[in-house]
Design a protein around this ligand. Structure first.
Ligand SMILES: [Zn+2]
Length: 770
């Protein structure tokens, strides 16, 4: 899956702002690493340097060519072959490796049909067909793997239900809730219609979900050239962007309810697991849905009547975009094979020499929609070179203090299934032993990006300061900071980017395999990658292959090497630290900003509704309504009540105080040479720190979706990829559930109080060291 910003950059970039100074990076070289004694820091730096020298771009190129040589989706022969090949590699590197297998629901298409019918008005059974969608991606001369038709999955959305519907078409822009508010104003309803939405601005599964909520009977999602086609650049194979017949496959399961196997929520999908019936699974779509190319979409869009769409709804096809409905009907027929398929997670371990019961986990998925050179092999080959680098160091006598676990996940694409089933399988042990999880997925050329737990923000900033950008003279941290200054929104953001010690990292929503680790089990997680100078439009199509990647992305694999260096440094540092490098000051700062955002959000809602009600009273809508092109006035709404945010404000104030005290205690312990000296009592402290992310979870889970336990980060129910922070409160405000928002304030506050108590306990232990 992996979220992909179609406009500027691949995946993740630093969420805002940040940075800081030359002096700090100079002294950072001399000062001991955070969490290390002076002596262990010196040794660590030497090992890290050896580690970073190993990853080879040539190996990554060769591994990518091998792993993406044939289509390797869930259930395909090459998916299993790749898993076995990876297993052999990990063993060759000296890891203790095995495959863990599960049986999961993975539908594949048996029948797909989209037709525009000739007759108008009421359909007759034998109405002639005006246009039949091709639903095919042609092989391209010069791109050798694009012709592997017999092994390619057809273009489809996994976890669409079966269906056979004939109905008029309505254009719904991106198909997100605000688009339907606009449609209502235009006097157009999708009730009984097939909605056609363009890709972008939300995770794809949101589009059929919202369409169904508004009464649509079917949904088509197409890739407009404005998103990732010729509007952005030359199309493949001349350029990197989506050709006319290119289609974005992808899952549309309602993962914001729960990810993983749709039939076994909360438990591992083992042979004998208790399974829901397919019809019972709440995550399968309510209406049939199919992705199509802009080649197939164009005749359908041209058939739309009704009003011309608002300016910001227009794509880049050579036609006038109308809202609809169409007078001609569209026939959409879909039938799937609803079999269970075996999946193969490759799990490889290096046992810790000193603290084998503390686990540092690293993962990237290996399954793809088709050949998947970019998604996911570009990230996987980096991970593989990291594993080889650790293998080389093992031969020279290095041993990690903590256990290192490298994972290559299967079935990420249909809904983070491989990682979720594994996390559900090993939940109890993971919650006891897991220190952190480090994820990567698609990787490309450009800037370093990180998202994740803010208790690891300082840690990952420190790592990024030690990695060199392969194409410029800067560290990847410095380059990310300067890019943040360049793209800052206004002087305040710029100022923060210049003066804040650490670059801010974004919160984790959904879109790759960190989901279950952080949101179900409360394991501190990071998602790392490079991108932003590697645009393209082959995402989830047959053209995401070795030819495309080696012509248009990180063609020399130097950013693959940078990713391997970054992630392996992070893994080694977490595995070897005397004191686990969690820090709470950046975390507290971020929580304060989230609480401020919540207060602003309520005020903004109040202001908006108050203003609109006033305009209704003033007859603004009646007076400005063009009688020849009438629109529907919005409805009066009650202005939202004030909400008491004091419990949260008090909680973040206490958190900030406790975090500062922890930092002071750490600085004192470091100054007096106590870090790493105290043996057992520092291990007690480490065990406490391991639990710090767990404190942010609530066993009851979020309102309406108990699988999601984290009270601070969750994927949005109506955005999918994008994180909602303090989601219990924020989503209630967004959905105008004022009472629920008020009730969720003390729940979130209690979570932060738990964290504060843990930090106070950790500070006491830290102070006792000296
Ligand atoms: Zn991916």
């Amino acid at each position: 899956m992996n979220h992909k910003n179609l406009y500027a950059c691949a995946g993740i970039v630093f969420a805002g702002i940040a940075w800081f100074s030359l002096t700090a990076s100079v002294t950072a070289d001399e000062a001991p690493l955070y969490g290390f004694s002076a002596e262990s820091s010196r040794a660590e730096r030497q090992w890290e340097e050896k580690l970073r020298a190993v990853p080879s771009p040539d190996n990554m190129r060769a591994d990518m060519q091998h792993l993406s040589a044939r289509p390797h989706h869930v259930g395909s022969p090459y998916d299993k072959e790749n898993a076995e090949w990876l297993l052999a590699k990990f063993r060759e590197f000296g890891f203790d490796a095995q495959i863990e297998s599960y049986d999961v629901l993975f539908p594949t298409p048996k029948e797909r049909q989209v037709e525009l019918l000739e007759c108008q008005g009421e359909s007759t059974p034998d109405c002639a067909v005006k246009f039949t969608a091709k639903l095919e991606e042609p092989a391209l001369a010069g791109d050798p793997t694009s012709g592997q038709k017999s092994e390619q999955l057809p273009t489809y959305n996994a976890f669409s239900r079966d269906g056979d519907v004939t109905a008029p078409l309505v254009y719904v822009n991106y198909g997100i809730p605000e688009d339907y508010e606009r449609l209502e104003r235009l006097g157009v309803s999708v009730k009984g219609a097939i909605a056609i939405a363009r890709y972008g601005h939300s995770w794809r599964g949101i589009k059929p979900k919202v369409a169904a909520e508004h009464g649509a009977v079917g949904c088509l999602i197409y890739s407009d050239p404005e998103g990732d086609g010729y509007y952005r650049g030359e199309t493949f194979p001349e350029g990197a962007y989506r050709p006319k017949e290119g289609v974005q496959r992808g899952s549309v399961a309602d993962d914001p309810i729960f990810p993983g196997d749709p039939l076994t929520p909360g438990v591992a999908a083992k042979k004998d697991a208790k399974r829901l019936k397919v019809e019972q699974s709440p995550v399968i779509t309510k209406i049939p849905v199919l992705p199509i190319s802009y080649g197939d979409a164009q005749p359908l869009l041209a058939a739309l009547g009704g009003a011309v769409v608002p300016a910001e709804w227009r794509g880049n096809l050579p036609l006038t975009y109308h809202v609809g409905p169409s007078t001609r009907k569209v026939h959409l027929k879909l039938k799937f094979d609803w079999d269970l398929k075996p999946i193969y997670d490759v799990i490889a371990k290096i046992p810790g020499s000193t603290y084998p019961d503390q686990w540092v986990i690293r993962g990237n998925h290996h399954d793809a929609w088709v050949n998947g050179a970019e998604d996911p092999i570009s990230g996987l080959v980096a991970e593989l070179e990291e594993a080889r680098a650790f293998g080389e160091l093992l031969k020279t006598g290095w041993k990690p203090k903590r256990t290192i676990i490298y994972c290559a996940w299967d079935a990420e694409e249909p809904g983070l299934i491989g990682s979720t089933e594994w996390v559900e399988d090993h939940g109890e042990a993971l919650m006891k032993h897991a220190v952190a999880y480090i994820n990567s997925d698609t990787n490309g050329r450009g800037y370093f990006g990180a998202e994740g737990s803010h208790t690891l923000e300082k840690f990952i900033n420190d790592v990024a300061r030690d990695i060199r950008d392969p194409e410029t003279k800067y560290s990847v941290w410095k380059r990310a900071q300067l890019a943040t200054i360049a793209s800052a929104n206004g002087s305040e953001e710029r100022q923060e980017a210049r003066s804040r010690t650490d670059l801010r990292i974004g919160a984790l929503g959904s879109g790759s395999d960190y989901g279950s680790f952080i949101q179900h089990d409360g394991i501190a997680s990071l998602n790392l990658g490079y991108g932003g100078e590697d645009g393209g439009g082959i995402y989830h199509s047959i053209y995401d292959d070795f030819y495309w990647y080696t012509h248009f992305s990180d063609t020399t694999f130097v950013y693959g090497r940078a990713l391997a260096q970054t992630s392996s440094t992070a893994v080694m540092r977490l595995a070897d630290a005397d004191l686990l490098p969690f820090d709470f000051t950046d975390f507290a700062d971020t929580m304060q900003s989230y609480v401020k955002e919540l207060k602003n959000l309520l005020q903004q809602k109040q202001d908006e509704i108050r203003e609109r009600d006033r305009e209704l009273e003033e007859d603004v809508f009646t007076a400005t309504n063009d009688p020849k092109r009438p629109t529907v006035a919005p409805k009066f709404e009650q202005v939202p009540p004030f909400i008491n945010f004091a419990p949260l404000e008090n909680a973040v104030a206490d958190l900030a105080k406790a975090s500062d005290a922890y930092k002071k205690a750490y600085d004192q312990a470091a100054a007096s040479g106590q870090i790493g000296k105290a043996g057992d009592s520092s291990q007690e402290l480490n065990l406490l720190l391991i639990q710090s992310e767990r404190q942010l979870t609530n066993s009851e889970g979020l309102p309406g979706r108990p699988w999601f336990k984290h009270e601070i980060y969750a994927p949005g129910q109506y955005t999918g990829y994008e994180a909602k922070t303090i989601p219990g409160v924020r989503e209630a405000l967004e959905l105008k559930r004022w009472k629920e928002a008020e009730e969720q304030v003390p729940v979130a506050a209690k979570t932060l109080q738990q964290e504060t108590q843990l930090i106070i306990d950790a500070t006491a232990k830290l102070s006792a060291l000296h």
